[in-house]
Structures are given as C-alpha cells and as structure tokens.
Design a protein around this ligand. Structure first.
Ligand SMILES: Cc1cc2nc3c(=O)[nH]c(=O)nc-3n(C[C@H](O)[C@H](O)[C@H](O)COP(=O)(O)OP(=O)(O)OC[C@H]3O[C@@H](n4cnc5c(N)ncnc54)[C@H](O)[C@@H]3O)c2cc1C
Length: 401
C-alpha cells in the first residue's frame, strides 16, 4: 500500500463526485444559483432527510424556503423569462437528489412536470393565470397521467374520461402514483375525450367537487414523496381549465420528452450521494490492518462508480443542451433516462456493498439512496419502454406490442 494525496475536485466549489468538473460549463450567475441551493440543501435538508424518509411525510414545510431560492420553473420560457435554462434546471435536480431524492422529486413534480405542462400546453392566458404563483411556489402543482390499469401503455390505455357539458368538462376515472396530489393546489389531469377519443389535459383545482386524493401507504422508495390514488367522480372542470394545446397524447408526450431528461440528472445526483459516502467510508474503514480503499477490489468498484457518474452526467448534460437548442427528440431523453437510471442501480449497490453491514443502516444514508433508486428506475417510463422508444428510433421498426 502506498498513500497519495487524493486528486480532489478540479475547483474548490466543485463537487468531489464531479470528476470531470462539468460544473465549469455553467455560467457564473448559474453557479451562484447552484451554490445557494447547495447550501440550503446541506443546512436544511441533509440533517433531516432520514427523518422525513422514516416518517414517510412530504417536507411541505420547506416550500417557502425553496421558493426563496427562486428556482421553480427555471427551465421554461414564460412571462419575463425568455431564455430557458435547461442545464441549470437539470443541475439543480441533481443537487437535490444528491442530498435527498424525495425532496427533489417533490420539487420537480411541481417545478418540472406540473409547470411545464402549463408552460408547454397552456394558452398565453393560462400561463399568465397560473405560472407566476407557481414560480413563487404559492400555488403547488401535481401531474396526473398514470392510472391503476395504465402505466406503460398509458398512451393507448387511458381510462379516465372527459365529457363536455356546456361550460364545464365532466371528468370520471382514477389516477395512480400521483406525487404531491395530497396537498397540491392543482393537479394536471389527462383524460380521454368521449367525443373524439383524444387525450386532453385539464387543470383540476383541489377544491373542485368530485376530486379526491388518498395517500398510498407502505411505499419503501422515495418515502418522503406523498403519492396518491386520485379519484375523479363527476368532477366538474370549467372550460377555462382545459389546457389549450393538450389535444392528443402526442401533446402530452411533449412534456415527458422534457422531464425525462431531468430524471437522468436526478439519477446522477442519487449516484453522487451514495458514492460520496462510500468513498469516505472506504478511506476510513480498516480491515486486515489497512483502509479498505487500499484493496484492489474496492478500488475497482470506486473507479467503476466514478465512470458511471461521469458518463451519466455527460449524457444528461448533452440532452439538456439539445433541449436548449430545440433539436431534442423523444429518443434522446429516453436513452439518457434509461442509461443513467441503470448505471444508478449499479452505483447504489456497490456503495452499499463497500459499506458492508453499515451500508444498511439508515444513519449512513446509503440504504435510503439504494431504495430511492428503484422509483427513479421505474417512473417516467420504465427501462423497457424507453429502450423500445430508442430501438424504434434507431431501426425504424417499432417493437411495441
Ligand atoms: C414513486 C413513483 C412516483 C410516480 N409519480 C407519478 C406522478 O407524479 N404522476 C404520474 O402520472 N405517474 C407517476 N408514477 C407512475 C410511473 O410513471 C409508472 O409507475 C411507470 O410509468 C410504470 O408503470 P407501472 O408502474 O404501471 O408498470 P407497468 O406498466 O405495469 O409495467 C410493469 C413491468 O412490465 C414492463 N412492460 C410493460 N410493457 C412492456 C412492453 N411492451 N414490453 C416490455 N416490457 C413491458 C415494464 O417495463 C415493467 O417492468 C410514479 C411511479 C412511482 C413508482
């Protein structure tokens, strides 16, 4: 065994797990946003993340502090924000996930899924009506697409219906897994129009009669995200709440095309969180009279984890750049989402392994990242579904059944 000074981050304010120093690709003002978000996560979220997880309650009380960071809806052009900051948005998703994937998902369901639905599919009037308060996080959003019988095949198998009745739409059906819906002020609900069979989008406000959200209990991944079974029973939605440009599933897919790239960044963040703890542990933990970091087999795992994080972050960044340039296809986000969440499963497993028995104690955090990785792997399109999208794009043959 010989000892060397670790390489460390390329710049003092870079993360140790950012091996290639990708943070240097952000502008100075973006780095400022990143650093203040990182400080908030370190001071306010990290000390309590395990408690949130064990209690399985969303840390809704953090919303006002997150609002002060002025980061909600950054990635979407609306009102005074003409430039969309895709790289910064993704980077922030990574920073949240590195500390607490649950808090990160709670935030991104609002800031990404719900806000982008209105931003992309709403009229100018609808954007002006909801987005400013959502940006200030005074109005919190949820996104209701998945159903009890419609997960992967939600495009064709949507069962929730919408019927136009005078100046209202009548919604009937159930949604499943809807994050934030237990406390959100509004939920974007996708339903099939009985008249033309097309999937349309609606902003359903929590006080609308016929809307109910029941928390799903017994969830052991992203425990501090409240996911709900949403019930719509003759729920009357004013015509003004029908999203103007949400008129087919192809429109819905425009939202997923953007947000799947965000899940790639989340996956990198979870990898970083687990990796940083495993590396610190490997330096400290001694067996056979030496730090376990000095063993070749541990060094091999650490190098592989470093490679997974570095490759995944490069891929996520490129997808963000493509989004920013407006030349971004479903296949790009699908590839990044699946690649990064697959590498994620390897990294959290290896991090857990390096920490031996201590890796399964919640006080060491890694088991929380390990469990949270499973939700990321499945949500916003499973590996199989995203690979089918990529395969179809590469070969021109659809292998969907
Ligand atoms: C924690 C969490 C949070 C979520 N949050 C939200 C939310 O806020 N809003 C929302 O709308 N949804 C949400 N979802 C739902 C999520 O998007 C779905 O779980 C996901 O799309 C998969 O659907 P499913 O769970 O019904 O699995 P299924 O579709 O039943 O799939 C089961 C398995 O079969 C495989 N499979 C299915 N079809 C094929 C095929 N054709 N070929 C090969 N394999 C196939 C899948 O890949 C998977 O492995 C969330 C889910 C989770 C777990």
């Amino acid at each position: 065994m010989s000892e060397h000074e670790p390489l460390g981050p390329l710049s003092p304010d870079f993360l140790e797990s950012d091996f290639f120093g990708y943070q240097g690709m952000l502008d100075d003002d973006e780095i400022e946003v990143v650093l203040r978000t990182r400080r908030f996560l370190q001071d306010e979220v990290a000390p309590r993340a395990n408690e949130f997880w064990e209690k399985a309650v969303s840390p809704v009380h953090l919303m006002p502090q997150i609002a002060e960071l002025e980061i909600a809806g950054l990635g979407y052009a609306f009102d005074d924000r003409k430039a969309s900051r895709k790289l910064l948005t993704g980077w922030l998703e990574m920073e949240f996930a590195r500390v607490d994937p649950s808090t990160g998902t709670m935030f991104s369901v609002h800031s990404s899924l719900a806000m982008s639905s209105i931003s992309i599919l709403g009229s100018d009037e609808q954007r002006a009506r909801w987005l400013p308060a959502m940006r200030r996080m005074e109005t919190i959003g949820a996104f209701g697409l998945s159903e009890p019988h419609g997960g992967s095949d939600v495009a064709g198998g949507l069962e929730t219906t919408a019927r136009l009745d005078g100046d209202h739409w009548i919604l009937n059906g159930s949604k499943r897994w809807i994050g934030n819906a237990t406390f959100a002020d509004l939920t974007i609900v996708f339903a099939k129009d009985e008249a033309d069979g097309e999937v349309k989008g609606f902003v359903v406000e929590k006080e609308f009669e016929g809307f109910r959200a029941d928390k799903i209990e017994g969830k052991y991944s992203l425990r501090a995200v409240e996911n709900a079974d949403v019930h719509l029973e003759n729920c009357r939605v004013p015509v003004a709440n029908k999203l103007a440009d949400a008129n087919s599933f192809a429109d819905t897919a425009k939202v997923l095309r953007l947000t799947r790239g965000g899940v790639a960044f989340q996956a990198v963040g979870v990898m970083m969180g687990a990796y940083e703890r495993a590396v610190a542990y490997a330096r400290e933990r001694e067996q056979f009279g030496a730090p376990i970091a000095s063993f070749q087999l541990i060094s091999d795992l650490i190098a592989r984890m470093t490679a997974n994080i570095t490759a995944s972050l490069g891929m996520a960044i490129r997808v963000a750049q493509l989004q920013g340039n407006g030349i971004h296809h479903d296949e790009h986000a699908a590839l990044a989402k699946t690649f990064c969440t697959t590498r994620l499963r390897e990294v959290v497993g290896w991090a857990r392994e390096i920490m031996g028995g201590n890796g399964i104690l919640i006080e060491n955090d890694v088991i929380r990242f390990f469990a949270d990785a499973e939700a990321l792997y499945s949500y916003e399109g499973t590996a199989q579904i995203n690979n089918l999208i990529v395969g179809r794009g590469v070969t021109g043959f659809s292998a969907f059944v």
